[in-house]
Write a protein that binds this ligand. Structure first.
Ligand code: NAP
Length: 524
């Protein structure tokens, strides 16, 4: 019997190769996109191992080969079938999609190299003969896989290996360190529209939502977006003001998987983090800081917590960390005195609780919290809001400021007047908002590429009169530091070499100038 473990990216590559349809939920089934991992039906698995071979993130193992920390996933896989008795496995028939005839010589641009960009690129290459120019504002590709996936979840990042193979396709041209917008040195959306037959915006959501309560901007109050970007080495992000002589308590608002990631990183033993690709700058500070208790505030009850079960259950496997759940609507608080064993650290879930005010003078001292109708003050040095993401507007493109996404109808971009902009598409979190793990972006990106194929087949694209060479000339005119695929590989190799010296998978660069230097003369 095979078992799916934590690093599952839910992109369903395993579902399509399983001959007995024993991996669920499938993209057509309820719960796909909101379940963070897929599950193998232990009763139906025929042990063929096709799923393990197809998995892009090495998440699937025979049950008898699981390590101690992963054994919990045997039950997690089986429990899915106990709770979803309507889902059945069985031999299946394969259906192949029809491919319409498309005009010759299509040239498209893809902005963003995160999961939705990667999955869209795969489908464009598989289903069309179009040439694709891939641009990203950072020198390094990967989007939220590099900048968002927690450092202690290295398997999940394996999805980038599959995307990397796509960048080597002769039909793909890569140009990183290229920002789209209307600022100095940037390529404008109008220029992209002029130089390509279609443009896909897969630009993700890299800003945080705000709580709108007093004290939110005090030093010591930050967003998960900032904190995650800091420990994942995103260039230009400031260190959060962690203190090592305070209460040793951090409060996190929200109970989504991002909140759990942040809680885990704050309390994980430093020696565990030291074996990951966490940013050097974060490792140094996390080793010194003294957070021994993280309190997560959930405004509803535990049954409505936003985390997924696999992430929650995996918390109990961190060595030296106690997990406490307080799901009491009466307004009573549990004892927040730290872990029972003082050598441990503790994660406390406080449900029925919303923050009302962040208290402090020059720095956060505590958070006023309403729990079940009663106001309490929880002393804390760090307050992190983890209440969801928003896309960052791009100069020259319409933006829905209320929803924090680019206005679109199922991926076809809309102008300010609500009309479809021919040849402009939006994918992933920038299209539908910040929900779903990596695999949810596959289904989302594929649906939009399908719409593009129909638009191209039906003559709804405005064909460009420009050539690939003209776009290269425009890029060179705009910036001296455009990085091509060889440069991207050189940065990757350099980070890995730095990692070897420290016994880590890689040591990431944290400055764009360092990355440009590492790309070296192979930049183009
Ligand atoms: P999320 O799952 O939407 O969770 C947001 C949390 O913030 C919820 O607990 C929500 O509570 C709370 N919240 C929102 N507004 C609030 C307010 N004004 N006051 C108090 N609480 C508020 O978002 P996320 O954690 O940022 O994750 C985004 C997506 O990425 C999710 O689909 C997640 O599963 C995925 N992800 C997956 C992994 C993984 O698979 N390992 C890791 C990271 C992220 P309510 O539920 O009451 O609204």
């Amino acid at each position: 019997m095979f078992v799916i473990t934590q690093s599952c990216c839910s992109d369903a590559a395993c579902v399509s190769v399983c001959p007995v349809n024993c991996i669920h939920p499938t993209p057509e089934e309820r719960g796909f996109g909101s379940s963070d991992i897929l599950h193998i039906d232990p009763e139906a698995c025929i042990d063929c191992g096709a799923c393990a071979d197809a998995c892009p993130v090495d998440a699937i193992y025979p049950a008898d080969k699981l390590g101690t920390r992963d054994k919990v996933f045997i039950d997690i896989n089986a429990d899915f079938y106990k709770h979803n008795t309507d889902i059945t496995s069985g031999w299946k028939q394969v259906e192949y999609p029809e491919i319409p005839k498309l005009p010759a010589g299509l040239r498209v641009a893809l902005v963003g190299t995160g999961p939705s960009g990667g999955y869209a690129l795969r489908m464009i290459l598989d289903r069309t003969e179009a040439d694709v120019t891939v641009v990203d504002k950072l020198p390094t590709p990967g989007g939220l896989v590099r900048a968002g996936v927690a450092p202690d979840h290295p398997g999940t990042k394996g999805v980038l290996r599959g995307f990397d193979l796509l960048y080597r396709d002769p039909r793909v041209t890569m140009a990183t360190n290229v920002e789209v917008g209307t600022g100095p040195g940037q390529i404008t959306p109008a220029e992209l529209a002029e130089h390509f037959d279609a443009v896909f915006y897969a630009v993700g959501a890299s800003e945080s939502r705000r709580l709108g309560i007093p004290g939110e901007d005090l030093p010591g109050s930050t967003s998960a977006t900032e904190l995650v970007a800091w420990y994942n080495a995103v260039p230009g992000v400031e260190a959060p003001p962690l203190v090592n002589d305070g209460t040793g308590r951090a409060v996190i608002v929200g109970t989504g998987n991002v909140a759990l990631d942040v809680a885990r990183i704050l309390v994980s033993p430093p020696e565990m983090l030291a074996a990951t690709d966490i940013a050097d700058r974060a490792l140094r500070i996390l080793e010194q800081q003294n957070v021994h208790e993280v309190v997560l505030l959930g405004r509803r009850d535990q049954a409505n917590a936003a985390y997924t079960s696999a992430e929650y259950r995996a918390l109990s496997t961190i060595p030296g960390v106690e997990v406490v759940v307080h799901d009491d609507p009466s307004g009573e608080l549990p004892d927040l005195g730290g872990p029972a064993d003082p050598t441990n650290r503790r994660i406390v879930f406080l449900f029925h609780s919303s923050p009302e005010e962040i208290i402090g003078g020059e720095h956060v001292d505590g958070v006023a919290v309403r729990t079940g109708g009663v106001r309490h003050t929880i002393s804390a040095d760090l307050m992190v809001r983890s209440i969801g993401y928003r896309s960052t507007p791009i100069g020259g493109l319409p933006f829905d400021h209320d929803r924090g996404v680019f206005p679109n109808v199922e991926g076809r971009m809309l102008d300010e007047g609500g009309q479809i902009v021919p040849g402009a598409y939006v994918l992933g979190w920038a299209k539908r908002g910040p929900s779903g793990g990596i695999g949810a972006n596959k289904i989302c990106a594929e649906a939009t590429v399908e719409d593009f194929i129909r638009d191209a087949a039906d003559g709804r694209l405005t064909r460009t009169a420009r050539t690939a060479r003209e776009f290269t000339t425009l890029l060179r005119k705009r910036s001296r530091h455009v990085i091509g695929y060889r440069g991207v590989r050189a940065i990757d190799a350099s980070e890995r070499r730095r990692g070897v010296l420290q016994g880590r998978p890689r040591v990431k660069y944290t400055e764009v100038s360092e990355m440009v230097g590492a790309a070296g003369r192979r930049r183009r």
